[in-house]
Design a protein around this ligand. Structure first.
Ligand SMILES: [Zn+2]
Length: 306
């Protein structure tokens, strides 16, 4: 299972029910986890979940607007106070290093772990063992990246009954078959992995949007397992705004997700004006005008397992 936990789902400001942006992703069979964005008080949200700062391995920041990044400094300081010594990687747009280093220098923050910061240009493919992360340039008022989490294809499942039938003993031979190697049985027979493994299972693709007024920027990843994307306003409200911001409306998101054939959609990053069930219904209704697939309306501490 890949586990996603929404740590904050409000746009701009926290509300009584929602904190500002933060999303945790735990890859399958991994003790460690990844954090996407770190708005103020993300560390408080982490404390309400089963996640631990000790197991946090990497942070990906979409952009440097405060509601996506102001929680980073407090989170780093707390991880330091816990005397956690494992290094932490932080990825994000240009300017991230300067922001981090300035705060750390001015507040004399000395950490017991190494912080490896990397500013991205939006064309990288970041390889990490069982998955890779690709930044996806978004359309927003400052440089902003979404991130595509792409799991590598997983080997087929082992058919234990079939293995027993063929006389393969329990133990290391099964492990080698699972890893795709043929094995030689004591009776001289060679067993090929395809004899005991099902077909390889394609890796899952999860798309994590930043602030963005063009959800179709994710079209190179059409048909992904899950798109997590902002729906800051309803179209109705957006049309009445005296000043327009570069955000996506619920109507626009639903239609884009349909066009891109996303298998599931999680809408998040709602304006504070939708902080009631009644107003959230309006968001849902607009998304549903186009999109008929699996739909999640994110709320704080909500989990999705894939
Ligand atoms: Zn923003």
């Amino acid at each position: 299972m890949i586990e996603l936990t929404f740590l904050g789902t409000s746009a701009g400001v926290p509300t009584r029910h929602r904190n500002v942006s933060g999303l945790a992703l735990r890859p399958e069979q991994s003790g460690g986890w990844l954090l996407f964005d770190c708005g103020e008080a993300t560390q408080h949200q982490i404390m309400k979940s089963t996640l631990s700062l000790f197991r946090l391995e990497r942070i990906f920041i979409t952009h440097l607007h405060g509601d996506h990044v102001y929680g980073l400094f407090g989170l780093l300081a707390s991880r330091g106070m816990l005397m956690c010594e494992t290094p932490l990687e932080i990825y994000g747009p240009p300017g991230l290093k300067e922001m981090l280093e300035s705060v750390m220098r001015l507040s004399q923050l000395h950490l017991p772990f190494e912080v490896k910061t990397r500013e991205l240009n939006g064309t990288e493919r970041l390889e990490f063992g069982s998955y890779r992360i690709e930044p996806v340039p978004m359309s927003h008022s400052i440089t902003c990246y979404g991130y595509a989490f792409i799991e590598k294809d997983r080997p087929g499942k082992l058919d234990r009954d079939k293995a027993a039938e063929l006389g393969i003993p329990e133990g290391p031979m099964l492990g080698r078959l699972k890893a795709g190697e043929p094995v030689l049985l004591p009776n001289g027979r060679i067993i090929e992995p395809v004899e005991v493994l099902s077909l390889p299972r394609p890796g899952r693709r999860i798309l994590i949007g930043g602030d963005n007024d063009r959800p179709e920027r994710f079209s190179p990843y059409s048909g992904a397992d899950l798109l997590i994307h902002e729906a800051t306003y309803t179209q109705k409200d957006f049309d009445r705004l005296p000043r327009k911001f570069k955000h996506t409306t619920a109507l626009q998101l639903g239609c884009a997700a349909k066009k891109m054939k996303m298998k599931a959609l999680a809408a998040t990053h709602f304006s504070a004006r939708y902080d009631t069930a009644h107003r959230m219904d309006e968001i849902e209704k607009e998304i549903r005008e186009c999109y008929k697939g699996t739909l999640y309306l994110a709320s704080d501490l909500m989990q999705i397992e894939l």
